[in-house]
Design a protein around this ligand. Structure first.
Ligand SMILES: [Zn+2]
Length: 316
């Protein structure tokens, strides 16, 4: 007796055994992969390369200062069943080591097939020596180099490459889909990057100061010049002497815009703006820092548009 779709019993049987064979060969394909990233930026890039093939979760909540994040015991539960873990590295998410040790699954620990330190292969800026003093000078107490590398959109090529490789290691059956998804994402990214470069081209070499040392990768990509940062040490307000020096630098160098972030204390930036007539512009350091920065492409788009507007207004 033929089945409803016209296939004979032998065809149905063959199809069934094929499905059984596939399930046996690739147990991971039976349910979506679970990817846990420390930040919303890396989670967004993991979504870009996996689409509906993975459940992706970020550990740091979107409206929190990532550099003040301290995990709670409930964060350990997020690692349960994770096939791939993605981190910023460079000390930015140093707290993950303790969680991974407690979690114990070797496959997502260092050197495991599902472990991704996204900083590997990134051309790093502000690489520090081993001196403790040097490591504390720009507010990144634990850092080996400036960790904000995801803010150069072109670094997403390296980051998504590392994520895609790990996903393919743990689920080889979806290799082609992952490669296609990443290619599609990179095509959109490069088209957007061309727009962003054009948008900021009139302000090439523009001098800025920033509250926190978040922007060297962004500034290098778009040929901007961050002449100084207000915050010398994480969480410590600048002294009156330092503020006076910064105001003098801003006047001498013609700095018209102060780059601020949503989680930082506003007093120092506001005071410098009053003293020098510069504008304070709020940029998003991460996906989710402001509602408009809803995903990785929207993050750069928001920052480029917001900064271009501020620089345009400042030059009039
Ligand atoms: Zn930082």
């Amino acid at each position: 007796m033929a089945s409803a779709d016209g296939r004979g019993p032998r065809a149905v049987l063959a199809a069934t055994s094929l499905v059984v064979a596939l399930l046996a060969a690739t147990p991971a394909a039976a349910q979506p992969l679970r990817i846990v990233a420390t930040t919303g930026d890396l989670a967004s890039l993991a979504r870009a390369v996996t689409g509906a093939l993975a459940q992706v979760e970020a550990m740091i909540p979107p409206a929190a200062d990532p550099e003040a994040f301290e995990p709670r015991p409930s964060d350990l539960a997020k690692l349960k069943g994770a096939d791939v873990v993605v981190r910023v590295g460079l000390g930015f998410d140093h707290w993950l080591d303790k969680l991974l040790a407690a979690h114990g699954d070797a496959s997502v620990n260092r050197r495991g097939s599902g472990y991704v330190d996204a900083s590997i292969g990134i051309p790093l800026l502000e690489v520090k020596g081993s001196s403790i003093d040097a490591a504390n000078r720009d507010g990144h107490a634990h850092g080996l180099a400036n960790p904000h590398y995801w803010l150069d959109p072109l670094n997403a090529e390296i980051i998504t490459g590392a994520i895609a490789e790990a996903v393919i290691r743990v689920a080889p059956a979806i290799t082609e889909k992952i490669i296609d998804a990443r290619d599609g994402f990179l095509a959109s990214l490069k088209a957007r990057l061309a727009e962003w470069e054009q948008r900021l081209a009139p302000y090439r070499g523009a001098r800025l100061i920033a509250y926190h040392n978040t922007w060297p990768y962004f500034a290098r990509r778009f040929r901007l010049n961050i002449v100084d940062v207000i915050e010398v040490k994480d969480g410590v307000a600048p002294s009156p002497t330092r503020l006076a020096k910064l105001a003098a630098t801003m006047r001498e160098q013609g700095v018209r815009v102060i780059v601020h972030e949503p989680f930082e204390p506003e007093d120092a930036s506001a005071l410098l703006a009053r003293r020098t007539g510069a504008a304070v512009v709020k940029l998003a350091p991460s996906v989710g820092s402001v509602p408009a920065a809803a995903d990785y492409l929207a993050l750069s788009d928001y920052n480029v548009r917001t900064l271009a507007q501020a620089l345009s207004a400042a030059s009039n």
